[in-house]
Write a protein that binds this ligand. Structure first.
Ligand code: IPM
Ligand code: MG
Length: 360
């Protein structure tokens, strides 16, 4: 198989972790006789430094004409980095929002599960996580308050800021349908999260979930208010299989879900649309404080690359092989510093990549 992959290393630890993912991908290519070519483009802070803007049309065009995108992480320290002195639409994050929208990546899949080998890192009490948990947050990614009209203007002598949250039926239907399809491949339990006791957009969301439910009679559907969901995630994470929710609720809940696994350095994500194209990136951020120190955990990026093999290229066997190699390395006791516990062997970013390759 021949595929062209757009590589966006990004900022902070991005370049280091993407290099390890490419290392593993090349090992897979060699073993299975695939040819992957890479086109590296800039986005986020790196693009600001080079071109004065967080994303250029060239980056968008290259990404659009490739088979998928592998992204490291973007952004810097919001307190100290000069990028955050710029107006909001010129900051690193604007590049990420633009590429999501331009590529039409409306479905963001963020798995959160407890690794057996990493149970000690989980911040929840042992009795709560007994038997583990495994959920998938399906976050709407190209609509809602992230993309609604916003302005700050002076009214009666004081500044008033407005952000609007709008969803069309089409936007809700396509993400909810995606979530039902994912639920069908898992435990067939869908929890739709909204704030229907307050928001009109949530009431429309709920109505559409109920309408689509009849197309998936095998899936159990429940509605949950977002504040309750935030609480239930720490009270009893086992109850969740698939969560579907709008953009900002998904942003917040997916961070919470990743934190309770105790291993945010291990969690992948995929941003998809209706065809096979996707953008794959770790769930964690750019960790500028440890950039360039060979301390970052590359596993989330390598797992994201495995999702690319599975979802965009249909290479399930290769994807599974990568996932199993990671399991083996963990069983052998190797850990990067973020997941280190007693009696385990500390390794750096590069060594972790090498160990995963060695276990393929
Ligand atoms: C994420 C991030 C982004 C988001 C930021 C960096 C704009 O938090 O991918 O979850 O809010 O979507
Ligand atoms: Mg976020």
């Amino acid at each position: 198989m021949e595929k062209n992959i757009t590589i966006i290393k990004g900022d902070g630890i991005g370049p280091e972790i993407v290099d390890e993912a490419i290392k593993v991908l090349q090992a897979i290519a060699k073993k299975y006789n695939h040819t992957f070519t890479y086109t590296e483009v800039l986005m986020g802070g790196a693009s600001i430094d080079a071109h004065g803007v967080p994303i250029t049309q060239e980056t968008i065009d290259i990404a659009k004409s490739s088979d998928s995108v592998l992204l490291g992480s973007i952004g810097g320290d919001t307190n100290t980095s000069p990028w955050y002195q710029l107006e909001p639409k010129l900051r690193p994050e604007a590049g990420l929002l633009t590429i999501r929208k331009e590529l039409g990546l409306f479905a963001n899949l963020r798995p959160a599960y407890l690794y057996n080998e990493l149970k000690e890192a989980c911040p929840l009490k042992p009795e709560i996580i007994e038997g583990g948990f495994d959920m998938m947050v399906v976050r709407e990614l190209t609509g809602g308050i992230y993309f609604g009209a916003r302005e700050t203007k002076e009214i009666d002598g004081q500044l008033v800021a407005t952000d609007s949250l709008a969803y069309s039926e089409t936007e809700i239907k396509r993400i909810v349908k995606k979530a039902f399809e994912i639920a069908m491949k898992r435990k067939k339990q869908l929890i739709s999260v909204d704030k229907a006791n307050v928001l009109d957009s949530s009431r429309l969301w709920r109505k559409i979930v109920n309408e689509l439910a009849s197309d998936y009679p095998e899936v159990t559907v429940e509605h949950m208010l977002v504040d309750n969901c935030a609480m239930q995630l720490v009270r009893d994470p086992k109850q969740f299989d698939v969560i579907v929710t709008e953009n900002m609720f998904g942003d917040i809940l997916s961070d919470e879900a990743s934190m309770i696994t105790g291993s945010i350095g291990m969690l992948s994500s995929a941003s998809l649309r209706d065809d096979s194209f996707g953008m794959y990136e770790p769930s964690h951020g750019s960790a500028p404080d440890i950039a360039g120190t060979n301390k970052a955990n590359p596993i989330a990026t390598i797992l994201s690359m495995a999702l690319m093999l599975r979802y965009s290229f249909g290479l399930s066997k290769e994807a599974l092989e990568v996932e199993q190699a990671i399991e083996k390395v963990l069983q052998q006791g190797y850990r990067t510093v973020d997941i280190l516990s007693k009696d385990k062997t500390l390794v750096g970013t590069k060594e972790m990549g090498d160990l995963i390759v060695a276990n393929l």
